[in-house]
Design a protein around this ligand. Sequence first.
Ligand SMILES: Nc1ncnc2c1ncn2[C@@H]1O[C@H](COP(=O)(O)OP(=O)(O)O)[C@@H](O)[C@H]1O
Ligand SMILES: [Mg+2]
Length: 321
Amino acid sequence: MTLLSVENLSIRFGTPDGDVHAVNDVSFDIAAGETVALVGESGSGKSQIALSILGLLAPNARTSGRIMYGGRDLLSLKRRELNKVRAKEIAMIFQDPMSSLNPYMTIERQLNESLELHEGLRGAAARKRVLEVLDAVQIPDARNRLRAYPHEFSGGMRQRIVIAMALLCNPKLILADEPTTALDVTVQAQIMRLLDDIRRDMGTAILLITHDLGVVAGSCENTLVLYSGKVMEHAPTRALFAEPQHPYTRGLLRAVPNIHDEAGALHAIPGQPPNTMRALTGCPFAPRCVDAIAACHQIVPPLEGDALRQRACIRPVEELT
Ligand SMILES: Nc1ncnc2c1ncn2[C@@H]1O[C@H](COP(=O)(O)OP(=O)(O)O)[C@@H](O)[C@H]1O
Ligand SMILES: [Mg+2]
C-alpha cells in the first residue's frame, strides 16, 4: 500500500542572483513500512525534498507538483492541517541531534512537552509513554536518566533520544536526514540497526537521506540516486549495487570507501559540482560523465524504465564503460 507519493516535485528558490533550481521533477512512492533511500552528494536537493514533505521550506521557495499523503496534497495544506500531520503522522530526524534538543531542558521535560502538545498526554500516562520510547531506542537505564540534560549523553545516545522523540506519537513515516553523519562508524552502524528494528517492530516507513551510498546497502529496499536535484536512477537497492545502470551511480559506487581497486586506490568522481542557478538544458551530470556524448548536453534525459527500476540516461546500458 502506498503511503506517500511524491509526484513531479520541483523546488526553486528565488534569490537576488536568480532562481536556484534545487529539485527538478522528482517522483517516487514510499509504501507503508518500507525504507527508501535518497542518496546524492551535498547540495543535490535531498534535504529540501524532506522539508517540502513537512511544509518546512524557506519562505523564498516555490514548489510545483504534488506530495500525496492520505488522499491529500501536503503541498497545498494549510499550516494548521500540516501541524497535525507533523509528528503524529510524519516525523523528522535531523543530522545534528542538538538541533532538535534543547540543551537547557531535561530529556523528560522535552519528551513530555512534545507529548502534551501532540497527544494531550500528561502525568503517569506521559511518563509511561516516554519510558516506552526510550526503551525502544535502547537507552540503558532510561528510568534513572530522565532528569539528565542532553550534554550528559554521548553523541550516539543523543541521536537515540531524538529518534525516541520522533517515535512518541507513533508516526507512520520517519524522514531521517543524514541521521548518522555526525557519528563515528561503529555508532553509525548501531543507529542504522536501530532504525531497522523500529521499522520491523512498529511498521514505520523510513525515508533515509544520506550522501553515503555505503550506509544504504543493508538497510533500504529501494534507492533513489539524485544529482543536481534530478533523479538519475531509482532501483531496488540490491539491483542498484549489483548492476548500476547510470554512469553517475557507477561513479558513486566506485567512490564508496573500502571499495578499492587492485592498486588500493580510492575513486572519487572528478569535476565540478553542478550549477543550480540555471534550469536544466541537458543531463546535469554530462560535464562529469565519462560516457557523455554531444546529445547528453542538449537533452534532459527522461526518467524511464519499468515499475521496478528506472534511469535517466540516453546512453544504452550496454554501451556504458
Ligand atoms: N532558502 C534557500 N535559498 C536559496 N537556495 C537554497 C535555499 N535552501 C536551499 N538552497 C539550495 O538548494 C540546493 C539543495 O539543497 P539541499 O536540499 O539542502 O541539499 P542536500 O541536502 O542534498 O545537501 C542547494 O544548492 C542549496 O544551496
Ligand atoms: Mg542536506
